[in-house]
Design a protein around this ligand. Structure first.
Ligand code: HEM
Length: 148
């Protein structure tokens, strides 16, 4: 066996493959759909999770080191625009990361894979975060009373 062949897998994509990423994303949205701590971010999503499921699969395939399928379809890997309509602060970011942690457990991900993904997942979730606070600022009822 050459030195090249004896090297361990280098990327999460090499470890999981397309099927593994599909299983991870399926588990991720199952957790989001059922975990009481994820209620708030579940409510931000459409009733039907199938469209976002396939988008997250194609995004993660490229992000984890596989072919850039999301880029090929959308022309970008920037996630700012698709999240701009949602209030994503620290609490919502924590909820998303909790779903990912639980999903990794559900698919029996190895400790090695969990460690490999931990910091990059936190990093990308914080990149998607678009608010410093977890709750939207309350609206001042006087603004309505004076007809502004
Ligand atoms: C930080 C907390 C996050 C929240 C609260 C959040 C929430 C959402 C919501 C509400 C949608 C729209 C879903 C729908 O239309 O049903 C969405 C779309 C999406 N999210 Fe997130 N998201 C978060 C983080 C992330 C992260 C870290 C990733 C990538 C690793 C990601 C990847 C995506 C993708 C690929 C889409 C589809 C975008 C498109 O329309 O092309 N999200 N997200």
């Amino acid at each position: 066996m050459s030195e090249q062949e004896s090297l361990p897998p280098q990327t999460p994509y090499e470890i999981l493959g397309d099927q593994g990423i599909k299983a991870l994303v399926k588990a991720f949205y199952e957790v989001m759909d059922t975990h009481p701590a994820a209620k708030e971010i579940r409510a931000m999503h459409a009733e039907n999770l199938e469209p976002v499921k396939s988008k997250l699969v194609s995004f993660l395939v490229g992000w984890m080191g596989g072919p850039p399928v999301y880029l090929a379809v959308t022309g970008t890997v920037c996630l700012t625009d698709p999240h701009a309509a949602f209030h994503i602060g620290p609490r919502q970011t924590e909820q998303w990361l909790l779903c990912m942690d639980e999903a990794l457990i559900k698919v029996n991900a190895s400790q090695e894979l969990k460690e490999m993904l931990k910091l990059p997942m936190e990093h990308i979730a914080n990149t998607v975060r678009n608010q410093d606070t977890s709750d939207p600022a309350p609206r001042d009822p006087n603004l309505i009373a004076v007809g502004r």
